[in-house]
Design a protein around this ligand. Structure first.
Ligand code: AVJ
Length: 322
């Protein structure tokens, strides 16, 4: 994809909307009802997530950035000369820059994202600030990203998957994703961020912030459905709920119906009982050992791990054998 093609494609909607309708219908048909978390991130939801990352209670982003800053040189030492850096999700964020600044041997930056507008923004921003780098965005669903852009072919490939987004996958999906990544990155490796199991009170606060930004982020799923699918969810009739499920080592987010109500999605009518939940997200937490064990099952050879002194967050180097 060249930037001009991406720019003109930006005037047509991202191709997520048709899948949103069918995924919403499928999710509302299930018991318990659910809507996949990948639909959080339209423009409004991405902005709300940016706000979340700056909340005092939300430790993951600032902790991970500090880890990357503190160990960038050690991480960069694992990256081969002339490597292609493949980012799962189009970061272009401060995290990508911290890594690129420490690793001038990276020749190609290849963000993979389902959203053309996010890819376009990432490619433009990184391309402008790193003129020596070949920027090769790939529009794909990175949850099964098993292809590389042409510019990465024949180069050692290193994956970058920060943010503990892996925590949104079920354990089976995480294993499947990592198996695919181990194949894709053969001979290279994966730099992976993973949030850690900790005091449930700290976790609870991070997903129940005092300013209500996480609640607004959660409710934006329904606001987005109203905007894009013409549904008529009454946002005032749903309450944000987030709690730590210790047995499953995950934060669960739900929207709880305050009363019995009906919604229509794509011509199908759904009844939601008073007190019934729409399950909107799981955010799995890991121990250093549980993450490394998962990586081994997926075919990686775990390398160095970086954690902060409070053991809030972890960044793992996972070698992908030839
Ligand atoms: C982007 C998936 C890592 O799970 O912490 C933040 C998303 N949800 N607050 C997370 C999120 C509620 C975030 N991830």
């Amino acid at each position: 994809m060249n930037l001009h093609a991406a720019a003109s494609a930006g005037t047509t909607p991202d191709q997520t909307t048709p899948a949103f309708a069918s995924d919403a219908i499928a999710g509302l048909t299930q018991h318990p009802k659910q809507i996949p978390p990948k639909y959080f991130y339209d423009a409004a939801g991405s902005e709300l997530f940016e706000q979340i990352t700056r909340l005092p209670e939300y430790y993951p982003t600032r902790t991970e950035i500090a880890l990357l800053r503190g160990a960038a040189a050690e991480m960069a030492a694992e990256i081969p000369d002339g490597a292609a850096l493949v980012e799962f999700g189009s970061g272009a964020s401060v995290k990508t820059r911290v890594l690129l600044d420490a690793a001038p041997q990276v020749a190609v930056y290849a963000p993979i994202d389902i959203s053309i507008s996010a890819l376009e923004a990432a490619a433009r921003a990184i391309g402008a600030d790193y003129p020596a780098l070949t920027v090769a965005p790939l529009r794909d669903d990175f949850t099964n990203a098993l292809s590389l852009p042409d510019e990465a072919q024949g180069r050692p490939v290193v994956g970058f998957f920060p943010g503990s987004t892996i925590g949104n996958f079920t354990p089976a999906e995480a294993l499947q994703f990592l198996r695919g990544a181990a194949r894709l990155l053969r001979g290279g490796g994966l730099l992976l961020g993973a949030d850690l199991v900790k005091d449930p009170a700290v976790l609870h606060a991070a997903y129940n912030d005092a300013q209500g930004v996480t609640a607004a982020f959660n409710l934006n799923l329904l606001a987005r459905a109203n905007r894009e699918l013409g549904t008529q969810f009454d946002l005032s009739q749903f309450a944000h709920s987030a709690f730590y499920n210790a047995a499953l080592r995950r934060i669960e987010m739900h929207l709880v119906s305050r009363r019995r109500q009906r919604v229509e999605v794509g011509g199908e009518c759904f009844e939601i009982a008073e007190g019934q939940n729409l399950h909107t997200e799981n955010s799995y937490k890991f121990t250093v050992d549980s993450l490394r064990a998962l990586a081994v099952r997926a075919g990686f050879k775990p390398g160095p791990v970086w954690t902060d002194e409070n053991r809030l967050f972890s960044v793992h180097w996972l070698h992908a054998p030839d």
